[in-house]
Design a protein around this ligand. Sequence first.
Ligand SMILES: [Zn+2]
Length: 105
Amino acid sequence: MMTIYNNLDKWCQIPQREPDPKTVCNFCKQVITEDRLITGPGVNICTDCIDLCNEIVSDRRTEYRKKYIEEMSTMLCMADEALTAEKAIVLACSIFDAGYRKGEI
Ligand SMILES: [Zn+2]
């Protein structure tokens, strides 16, 4: 005779264990102690991954600044033929560091 499991439907409704334990970094997948883990809504990140992210963001910002200053100093030299390349770069650095960014049209 076949067994009928009357409670099977109830069992299926029990919330399953979180596939992502509270002590695992979602980026590097390492088990991390709580004092080295930042918990967000459904995700965790460890301090090592945060340091790596900060390096990546810093490198990207440095590259963006360099490219922007090159473009701006080239435009300044085209606008003023008496301007030397060195002075144009100094001006472009000052303008960039003051916060000016070319807007999107
Ligand atoms: Zn990590």
